[in-house]
Design a protein around this ligand. Structure first.
Ligand code: AMP
Length: 189
């Protein structure tokens, strides 16, 4: 796939995604496309530092495109998630909390690919931190195969039930694919 270069105000994007690849090749393909687009755009990848699953795939794609990939991994996960040895930088930290904080501080935006419970926790945390006024960084979910439709439905249900203000709907965007996500990050969409 060839991607034309474009410039985005987002210099560093944190990508949350699965530590496995799921059961459809379309998931890993989205991770590869996102990594290639980020590298072509000069957008630095901030991520969990592993070499497994969607996480490893997106990092390898950024590096293959001569982009910068920065991992943040807690010591206790270094073996389990196969800490990536070819990254631009790998920060080995003492805890999940330090990891989250560092990933947050290093990033101008959050991009979410399909993933498991860890991914869900991470995206909800960023949306709730936004709800609490802790940041105004964009959050974009890439909905390969409509993966995030139930996420949107759940948030709609929360708002319809008056457990959250309708404004929370504006705290994240759902993109059909990585190219649409990059357009959102660049402010074109
Ligand atoms: P998963 O989506 O479950 O495959 O997990 C993806 C990534 O999320 C992995 O790097 C996990 O280490 C990380 N993760 C799992 N649980 C949490 C959590 N409670 N907070 C932050 N990250 C997590």
């Amino acid at each position: 796939m060839n991607f034309p270069p474009s410039s985005s105000p987002v210099k560093s994007a944190c990508v949350f995604c699965g530590a496995s690849v799921g059961n459809d090749p379309a998931f890993a393909e989205a991770a590869r496309d996102l990594g290639a687009l980020m590298a072509a755009d000069g957008m630095r990848l901030i991520y969990g530092g592993g070499h497994l699953g969607m996480m490893g795939t997106v990092a390898d794609a950024v590096l293959a495109g001569n982009g910068e990939a920065i991992g943040v991994i807690p010591e206790f996960l270094r073996d389990r998630e196969q800490g990536h040895t070819g990254l631009t930088e790998l920060h080995v930290v003492d805890s999940m909390h330090t990891r989250k904080r560092m990933m947050f501080d290093l990033s101008d935006a959050f991009v979410v690919l399909p993933g498991g419970l860890g991914t869900l926790e991470e995206v909800f945390e960023m949306v709730t931190w936004r709800q609490l006024g802790r940041h105004e960084k964009p959050i974009v979910l890439i909905s390969t195969n409509d993966y995030w439709a139930p996420f949107q439905d759940l948030v709609d249900r929360v708002v319809d039930s008056d457990f959250a203000h309708g404004k929370v709907e504006t705290y994240f965007r759902i993109a059909a694919d990585p190219e649409a996500a990059m357009r959102i990050l660049s402010g074109e969409d």
